[in-house]
Design a protein around this ligand. Structure first.
Ligand code: ATP
Ligand code: MG
Length: 416
């Protein structure tokens, strides 16, 4: 579980701000729900025979003896909250949320025990048009973040539960004949949850899967039509994709469309955004049958990717525009002057020097602060009601009345 230090937080804010703005532009509204839910909720929705429920949840009994779990993902809690508050009755809803998730995994680059996701969920729409809109939206987001050349979209359809049952049989037949060649986890899953084997990261198992029956060949007609129409819509919209018949996702609730946005720039932890359709979950959790589709993106991986490909804008790291330097004895003038500037220059990020010291040492601090300008109140400025604006990135300065300095600063802020 990582600390997020002030040095890194601007990039995080940039990612969150950019993603949230994009979601809002498509009519998504924010929903917040607890970090802690009853364990049963996750078991029921994610599935008993999944990595998450089998070995990754932080679960304990509270003082009442009730089993509670720190949320390992957002969809279950989102559906629970929406149901409990009556938000899904004959309505279409587009929600987004963000925050920490918890999984007891082996920590490594791009994989933490407390990690952060931004998620989106849509309820009440069953057609491929909303799947397509969601993917068009994420494609726009990659452009907004300057990541579009570094991620690709993988798509698959899991069909209906019946279609998967037919496929499951064929897959088990095929894999049973090669049981000894499977990794240990996969051997166990052959009996409990064979589809999950497709997701195995084991190389030997993946090699075996190359000749396995293809889920696409088992799709029911409705799922097939849904998938074809989705592909058509994406092609028309100019969103490129690859069909990956081994894409099954790590949670039980998915059916029909599943997708992942992946990158090659982060090694094994290459999935930055993943989701799909889960038409059965709302009813499974006690609501009226309600089609749904959603995704979650890992913020850690987005930040790593932005750093790896160098697409964080320079302005993101800058935290100050101006640093006010003040002669001994003129602190009160400096305080009044900086408050006047805050009125006249909305949004100005100004830090007053505190703690005294020579002009020289104060200017050094101004320089190190990353600000564009130092604002100097010496004895003569204090007497004349003026302010010296010193450009820290070039050898130039100007002394002018405070109101004029404010105008200058506003012009300056507009161009940097
Ligand atoms: P993976 O195959 O990488 O384990 P997953 O299928 O378990 O991913 P999801 O449950 O679909 O992941 O979560 C959606 C996204 O959240 C992932 O694509 C990834 O970007 C991010 N994510 C998942 N687990 C972690 C983690 N432990 N640390 C950091 N990010 C994570
Ligand atoms: Mg995982």
């Amino acid at each position: 579980m990582n600390d997020l230090l002030p040095e890194q937080s601007p990039v995080w804010r940039y990612v969150e701000h950019t993603v949230q703005r994009c979601l809002q532009c498509y009519g998504y509204r924010e929903i917040r729900f607890p970090l802690l839910e009853s364990t049963e909720l996750f078991k029921r929705s994610i599935g008993e025979v999944t990595d998450i429920v089998e070995k990754e949840m932080y679960t304990w009994a509270d003082r009442n003896g009730d089993s509670v779990t720190l949320r390992p993902e957002g969809t279950a809690g989102c559906v629970r909250a929406a149901l409990q508050n009556g938000l899904l009755r004959n309505q279409v809803q587009r929600f987004w949320y963000s925050g920490p998730m918890f999984r007891y995994e082996r920590p490594q680059k791009g994989r933490l025990r407390q990690f952060h996701q931004i998620g989106a969920e849509v309820f009440g729409l069953e057609g491929p048009d909303i799947d397509a809109e969601m993917l068009v939206m994420t494609a726009r987001l990659w452009r907004d973040l300057g990541l579009d050349r570094h991620v690709r979209l993988q798509l698959n359809s899991l069909g209906t539960a019946e279609a998967r049952a037919g496929y499951r049989e064929a897959l088990v037949d095929y894999l049973s004949a090669h049981r000894q060649a499977l990794d240990e986890d996969s051997q166990r899953r052959l009996d409990s949850n064979p589809l999950r084997i497709l997701d195995s990261k084991n190389e030997g198992t993946q090699a075996l899967l190359a000749d396995a029956p293809n889920l696409m060949d088992f799709l029911d007609e409705a799922s097939r039509a849904h998938f074809d129409q989705l592909c058509h819509l994406l092609e028309q919209a100019g969103v490129e994709f690859e069909i990956n018949p081994h894409l099954v996702r790590g949670l039980d609730y998915y059916g029909k469309t599943v997708f992942e946005w992946v990158t090659d720039a982060l090694g094994a932890q290459g999935t930055v955004c993943a989701g799909g359709r889960y038409d059965g979950l709302v009813a499974h959790l006690g609501g009226a049958p309600t089609p749904a589709v959603g995704f979650g993106m890992g913020e850690e991986r987005l930040v790593l990717l932005l750093d790896a490909v160098g697409s964080v804008p320079d302005s993101v790291g800058r935290i100050l525009d101006a640093y006010m330097v003040v002669a001994a004895g003129q602190e009160s003038v400096a305080l009044t002057c900086s408050e006047t500037l805050r009125e006249l220059c909305p949004g100005l990020r100004l830090q007053n020097h505190c703690g005294g010291g020579s002009f020289k040492s104060q200017l050094k601090k101004a320089d190190r602060s990353g600000a564009e300008v130092a604002l100097i109140i010496g004895d003569s400025e204090a007497a004349a009601g003026t302010l010296t604006v010193k450009y820290l990135r070039r050898d130039e300065q100007q002394t002018l009345p405070v109101a004029d300095a404010a105008t200058l600063i506003n012009q300056l802020l507009a161009v940097v």
